[in-house]
Design a protein around this ligand. Sequence first.
Ligand code: ATP
Length: 308
Amino acid sequence: MTFAPSTHSVLLILNPVAGRRRRGLVDAVVRCVRDSGWTVDVVETQAAGDARRMAETCDATRYAVVAVAGGDGTINEVVNGLAARARTAPPLALVPLGTANVLAHELGLGSGAASLAEAMMAGREVLMHPGLAIDADGPRCFSLMAGAGFDAKVVAGVTAPLKRRWGKGAYVWRSLVEARRYRPVRYAVDIDGKRYEAASVIVTHARHYAGPYVVAPEASLDGTLLHVCLFERWGWIHALRFGAALVTGLLPVTSGYRVASGHAVRISVLNDAGESRRQPVQIDGDDALTLPVSIGVSSETVRLLRPQ
Ligand SMILES: Nc1ncnc2c1ncn2[C@@H]1O[C@H](COP(=O)(O)OP(=O)(O)OP(=O)(O)O)[C@@H](O)[C@H]1O
């Protein structure tokens, strides 16, 4: 459905430290939108948590669109803020500045300023039910995925300065470190009451992962079904095999990998193989929760804007 703006005003929430500070892209998008006669108010975050608060409290009668310029982590904050206000939330547009920009790939957004501005002012709406992950500390929405095991440990080991300096290279380096210190931890993954076991798991409602790579071909943001990617084997050899299959597009047909689906997922540690450390859960690419975790889909919706 094409979105019908109630005003010609955008609130643009900018994370000034996201990605590699591609401020030029943000300025170009703002120029395009203003050249079309719209107003754009740019507010910068000062710290983690600001983007969520800004999205949750902004004046929906004033802004037809909330836009976020940042990586998937800042987008996640804004999705949490918009989901909390349910029906009064304006639709969300993106200016992708991060390392992987998975949500932008999922929505088919280009990287040019003109096309991003076009989607912001006259995009098509996708009605997304955010995923909802809950650990002992409380709930957190996700727009893409929650993961436990190998990828969550990689994410937990990549600091913001490292990411800023090395971009995707920081994840490759950390993957090698994690593969080297690998222990055969087993996770119990209960999907709608049926038990699976895995060495690593990603629960997603997005097709893509780590950028343009496909992990769950049947997934869709506007569906309510969760797709559970189970890596049944791990270790040096399998880490390389899965990594190569991911970037060549062959992961969905690789042995030792499968995708199950369902509505209620619980992940817990079955056997920690003597690995006495916290078992992290990554949410949209940020280290956010700790196992055990229960995952479902929120009853609230967030409207995302994609190109026509
Ligand atoms: N002004 C800020 N200073 C520090 N951290 C911030 C600020 N604004 C947002 N954050 C936090 O920074 C984290 C990372 O941001 P984000 O994911 O947008 O960028 P990135 O890490 O560069 O990109 P990617 O996730 O694609 O690698 C998010 O968890 C967000 O909450």
